[in-house]
Design a protein. Sequence first.
Length: 275
Amino acid sequence: MLTNHGIPEDLMRDVLKVAEEFIQLLVEDMENSSSNDPGKKCRLYSNTGFDEEKVHLWRDTFRFSCNTLKDHVEEWPNNPTRLREVIGDYVARVREMSLLLLDLIREGLGLESGYFEGDLSKDQLMNFNYYPPCPDPSLTLGLPKHSDPQLITILNQGTTPGLQVLKDEQWLALDPTPNAFVVNVGHTLQVISNGMLRSGDHRVVTNTYAARTTVGCFIHPSSDCQVQPAKELIKRCSIPLYKTFTYGEFVKNYVKDNLDGNSVLKRYELSQAQD
């Protein structure tokens, strides 16, 4: 949990309120709003394979690009009326905070100043996640077990519990803390740190009594950016654990391996790549 981060509490509440209002508007017009095209910069996606799923997923999500405000703000919806104003302010503040966090991580790893600047942290995505109350939570999940592919995730999880993290093969509830963010280390940061930092498995469970709205921001490299263990760490540790890849290729394999129930990092473990 990240507290004392400097982002106003009223802005954290406003972005959740706008997200919930916006998702409700889209759900009312699901046929025209939803898309399965991962290339779309702004899209709503929901549960489309209910009959085939072993565990049914119970959520609606709207995802949009927001790495450079001036390049993307015109693509954003303009209803509710305050959406662009609230999201623009929120995105800028979260990005500033995220880059500061990455610089502190850089310092902790002993890397050169500015290591995470440029293409490694160029892009930013935002998710509005809406989890309606569920009649039978034993049959559903909001999100299945997974780790994030990006550098870091900054999650504003509101006031309704649901997030769980896996520790020692046990699922532990990570209940909301007022005016706090959940910060997840992603696969990309695990590779850059050569395994010194680990991406964490997490999931979302549903409930019968209250809707849950969350807003997630994801900081990640540009698609053509090369990702590899930091050379300074290799000098110290002598053995790189992962091979070099482009982030765009990595994300495609992440999506495929998630569907197959596999861990994408297995593809890039250097010992396996050399077999």
